[in-house]
Write a protein that binds this ligand. Structure first.
Ligand code: PDD
Length: 276
């Protein structure tokens, strides 16, 4: 597969990151994951605007404009000859001798272009099991930062329990998944955590809320408890890679009928029309 590092496109295996790279030593950077369907990077502009916002939030100056990044992504996809792909893009505070304070170094930009690993239709049709876990992250979860240790630990604990995802709980309320946004459906209304500092403002989330509005499905961006989730009629996750994915079990509790419900299925079908 193909990679990009500081101005050059190279085979992924041949890119070596210097040991004093700040992404490597401090996790001092931000990232995005963009999915490419049939040659078209989906919601690319939205992802790159969020990247700019994440960079700004950590006082990192973007070395490329959104337009330049769009051109680089298109160039990478062409070079990699990929139609259905996942683009990973990260920007860090560069390469400098290890000292915590900001270095006087240009930011590093790296990307990988890989064939997409989409979930199968069987998974979408069956839904997934999730585990409720404590949200042990910092207070700026709206920043798509490289520091994913709590997310990695939560995902692994979920996997150890045979679950697809960890759904996180902070101060008695469901926030989001370790790499997804989370939703509960009760009496035809979709509930999801407000887009504040406690969650990542998912690009898929914004698209799905738009789709829900078009379908006349009411959405409330409100706090809800784990108990509310356990008693929901339906529940689901969204992300770039998981699209709209039904939650059919939370720990030992079956959600609704144990199958993806009508609202999740409608939202996913309409979402797929956007991909078009
Ligand atoms: N994860 N919440 C968290 C904590 C995330 O890491 C992600 C994305 C989402 C969903 O956001 P979006 O719809 O913009 O993909 C929510 C990416 C895919 C990842 O880290 O691989």
């Amino acid at each position: 597969s193909l990679a990009f590092f500081n101005g050059e496109f190279l085979p992924t295996e041949s890119v070596v990151i210097p040991i004093d790279e700040r992404g490597h030593q401090f996790g001092d950077g931000v990232y995005e994951v963009i999915k490419v369907y049939d040659g078209k990077p989906f919601l690319m502009r939205e992802h790159l605007v969020r990247l700019e916002n994440s960079a700004k939030a950590i006082r990192l100056e973007m070395p490329y404009s959104v337009e330049q990044l769009e051109d680089l992504i298109h160039e990478g996809l062409t070079r990699a000859e990929l139609r259905d792909a996942q683009v990973y893009l990260q920007i860090t505070r560069g390469i400098a001798v290890r000292l915590h304070a900001f270095p006087d170094a240009p930011p590093s930009v790296s990307m990988t272009f890989r064939p997409s690993k989409s979930l199968t239709e069987e998974v979408f049709n069956a839904g997934v099991k999730v585990a409720l876990l404590d949200d042990e992250r910092w207070l700026n979860c709206y920043i798509k930062s490289l520091n994913l240790l709590p997310n990695v630990l939560a995902k692994q604990t979920a996997a150890d329990r045979g679950c697809f995802e960890a759904v996180l709980v902070r101060d008695g309320y469901v926030t989001e998944g370790s790499s997804t946004n989370a939703y509960a459906v009760k009496d035809g209304v979709v509930y999801t955590h407000p887009a504040n500092k406690r969650i990542l403002h998912g690009i898929t989330r914004a698209a799905v809320l738009q789709v829900a509005a078009e379908l006349g499905i009411e959405v409330r961006e409100e706090l809800y408890t784990p108990e509310f989730l356990l008693n929901a009629d339906e529940a689901f996750l969204t992300s770039t890679t998981a699209e709209v994915l039904a939650i059919t079990q939370v720990d030992d509790t079956v959600i609704g009928t144990g199958k993806p419900g009508p609202i999740v299925r409608k939202l996913h079908a309409k979402f797929r029309e956007l991909i078009g």
